[in-house]
Design a protein around this ligand. Structure first.
Ligand code: PSU
Ligand code: MN
Length: 312
């Protein structure tokens, strides 16, 4: 897709960083990055450094990073150091999924974009590759709570390649895969036959397709685009073996986290940040290291996919 000429963005509350705009204009490789992971998914003492490192991983692969957020009444695509610092450190940053973006714009309050809203806004400006940590999905107990992440419907509406380490293991993984199938969101395993479980390399679930190279992903995406399929393609990239969490520790902390959720009656968009923070606090940094390692690996692979041809 070609970058929508600036006249198409004229009048929209969207500001594309000059470096990103330049790359898109020439069909160069660009990788969108979400900002909720920075504001709500990582602890404050390290999130700014991690945000910089994620961008650096994209650059090392030869692509231009475009972190997305809402600031000062505008959607910003590609953040400078000051904007990144605001998202990483301000106390009034909202977790902004698709339905929250307009409110954050109208009220001029800062908003950090989720997978759903990042996929949407990236597509709007013509970015076709996106890296995150783990997708949101169907929560355990969703049959009664109805808690399904807006990420799933969001991905059904955005023609973008999303590189992730599977869905967060705090979720109901089989149910999430069923919903992705219903929504016709493509899923491929990157050099794996098993769907990855975020903090852990594998879940018991199989992936529908296995791919081996960034070029293969780019070809699949190109075929989708040629046919006008406007749904996302999820590339599930397992965490490296040396970075994954000990499965027993993982299961223990997860059980405690789910119990704490019920006791404290945490709901809505607070559920995922609560569980991630619970893990980071209870595992002595093991889950944090896993989370950071997997995001950096996903950013690198997304950069390679963008370079292979699915860039802009
Ligand atoms: N991946 C991470 N950390 C995160 C997230 C993803 O490693 O914090 C965020 C993403 O922004 C994703 C959100 O869209 O968690 C899911 O939130 P919810 O379950 O409320 O939809
Ligand atoms: Mn939810």
């Amino acid at each position: 897709m070609t970058f929508p000429a600036s006249d198409r963005l004229d009048g929209l509350p969207v500001e594309v960083h000059p470096e990103v705009a330049e790359a898109l204009r020439h069909g160069g490789p660009v990788v969108a990055l979400e900002s909720t992971i920075i504001s709500h998914g990582l602890p404050r003492d390290s999130n700014m450094q991690v945000a910089r490192d994620i961008e650096q991983s994209v650059r090392a692969a030869g692509a231009v990073p475009a972190t997305i957020a809402v600031l000062d009444g505008r959607v910003r695509v590609g953040l400078d150091e000051d904007a990144l610092l605001q998202i990483a450190s301000r106390d009034d940053v909202n977790k902004a999924s698709i339905r929250d973006v307009a409110v954050a714009l109208a009220r001029r309050v800062p908003g950090a974009t989720t997978v759903a809203s990042t996929a949407w806004l990236a597509s709007l400006v013509g970015i076709e590759v996106f890296a995150t940590g783990g997708l949101g999905g169907v929560h355990r107990g969703a049959a009664t709570s109805w808690d399904e992440s807006a990420d799933l419907m969001g991905l059904a509406a955005a023609p973008i390649v999303v590189v992730c380490a599977g869905v967060k293991s705090i979720l109901d993984v089989p149910a999430t895969l069923e919903r992705l199938e219903s929504l016709s969101v493509g899923v491929v395993g990157y050099r794996t036959d098993r769907f990855p479980g975020f903090y852990v390399r594998e879940t018991e679930m199989a992936v529908p397709w296995r791919v081996e190279t960034p070029e293969e992903v780019a070809r699949i995406h190109a075929a989708n685009r040629a046919l006008g399929n406007s749904r996302a393609l999820v590339v599930a990239n397992p965490i490296e073996p040396e970075s994954e969490m000990d499965p027993d520790l993982h299961d223990d902390v997860l059980a405690a986290g789910l119990a704490a959720l019920r006791e404290q009656d945490v709901r809505g968009k607070d559920v995922t940040p609560f569980l991630l923070a619970f893990f980071h606090e209870r595992t002595g940094g093991a889950s944090l290291k896993a989370n950071v390692d997997l995001v950096l690996a996903n950013a690198r692979l997304a950069g390679q996919i963008a370079v292979a041809g699915a860039g802009g």
